[in-house]
Ligand binder design. Structure first.
Ligand SMILES: *Cc1c(COP(=O)(O)O)cnc(C)c1O
Length: 398
């Protein structure tokens, strides 16, 4: 007998998804189609800066949708001009190119650096990137990534991305040659398991790029837009990068990302870059609504304070259960669970209605909404504490 195909089967199977379907969200909470409620400490992978379905975002999108959705990327529109101005006013960059995903923004950063090399550095094209780095899933951004699991895939890769080691300036210096045009990194490696570049290392890279006339590119797709308690992660280290990419939280949940550059680095000519949906006012309206809220000093202070609270609570349960270090900044944190038990913890948490992420078998990552409350953090910690007690008891029996 033939069984009817399940609706799940109409989607390409690109990852192992639990067999439930989400239908609604509000703030830190999600509901599935059976009515079960989940406390969400993933938030679309650090995407929903203001939590699920914030009223301000819904209003900005519906107002813009009723006024103008897109006039074509060949014309200016008022909303993208406003967002570009707001981002350049608040950063060390002068110009913006909007994209639809983080990978596309990084692809643009790579093209911009290669263009700069072609125009100003005798065709230099190599971009030094880092072991463990993650820059996206297009062919060039997978090539730029230092993720082990990507290595055997989709060969041959795009050439020109020699890998250095994070927080090891000698390993960077050793790779610099006449072919080098830029150094590109995440201020905190997110996908690799929340490994921060130290402020000192970022300053050393700044010195190195200045000395050799290279571009410093920061991929702030995960660390930007308030996630670390400042609007941009690079501000903590007091450096002035030449190029930055933003994504994830910038649209509060809708597909919006951006490539930013200083006047000096912004060297695209007509025909070099473009895209049908790039800078469409509908997504830019979302970006403006999000920025309007998160840029407020009291909002960023609450992110930093809640980050410190979450960090100290994680340290407390780490000590209680004999686990490892807590890493990260603001509301992008990881807890080392030392042994490969993170996937089991995530599965337990899911059953109990708590969404957590395990970027590695021995680490948990926490990326709640930036407006998460103390009570929600406390509820997450309580559930996690209970799970760790069970997992610990199971280990003693075994
Ligand atoms: C998520 C992420 C990307 C890729 O962004 P997409 O929108 O998934 O293409 C690139 N860099 C970093 C640091 C990221 O966290």
């Amino acid at each position: 007998m033939l069984t009817a195909p399940h609706p799940y089967d109409a989607l390409m199977e690109i990852t192992a998804r639990p067999r439930i379907v989400f239908v609604q969200g509000k703030g830190s909470w999600l509901w599935d189609d059976s009515g079960k409620r989940y406390l969400d400490f993933i938030q679309g992978w650090a995407v929903n800066s203001l939590g699920h379905a914030p009223a301000e975002l819904a209003k900005a999108l519906s107002d813009q949708a009723a006024r103008l959705i897109t006039p074509s990327p060949a014309y200016f529109n008022d909303t993208s001009l406003q967002l570009a101005k707001a981002l350049t006013d608040r950063s060390c960059f002068d110009q913006v190119f909007f994209t639809n995903s983080g990978a596309e923004a990084n692809e643009g950063a790579i093209k911009l650096a290669r263009k700069y090399g072609a125009l100003r550095k005798n065709g230099a094209y190599e971009i030094i990137t880092f072991e463990g780095g993650f820059h996206g899933r297009t062919l060039a951004t997978m090539s730029a990534s230092g993720k082990k699991a990507f290595e055997p895939l989709f060969e041959p890769k795009v050439p020109g991305f020699p890998k250095a080691r994070l927080n090891d300036v000698a390993s960077v210096e050793a790779l610099i040659s006449d072919n080098t045009v830029a150094i590109m990194l995440e201020p905190i490696q997110g996908e690799a398991g929340v490994w921060p570049a130290t402020d000192k290392f970022l300053q050393q890279l700044q010195t190195l790029t200045t000395k050799h006339g290279l571009l410093l590119i920061v991929d702030e797709i995960q660390t930007g837009m308030g996630r670390t308690g400042k609007l941009f992660g690079y501000e903590h280290a007091d450096v002035l990068p030449d190029i930055m990419t933003l994504g994830k939280g910038i649209g509060g949940g809708v597909p919006l990302a951006a490539l930013l550059a200083t006047d000096e680095a912004s060297c695209f000519e007509h025909g070099d870059q473009g895209g049908t949906f790039n800078g469409n006012p509908l997504m830019c309206a979302a970006g403006l609504a999000v920025l309007d809220i998160i840029e407020k000093p009291e909002f960023l202070k609450a992110v930093a304070d809640n980050g410190i609270y979450l960090e100290s609570e994680l340290q407390r349960i780490s000590a209680r259960h004999g686990l490892g270090e807590v890493r990260g900044r603001g509301l992008l944190l990881a807890l080392d669970v030392v042994r490969p038990i993170a996937p089991a913890i995530v599965a337990h948490a899911f059953e109990l209605g708590l969404l957590l992420n395990a970027p590695r078998p021995d680490a948990l990552r926490f990326m709640p909404a930036l407006n998460v409350t103390r009570d929600e953090i406390a509820a997450m910690i309580d559930t996690l504490d209970g799970i760790l007690t069970k997992v610990g008891a199971a280990r003693c029996v075994a």
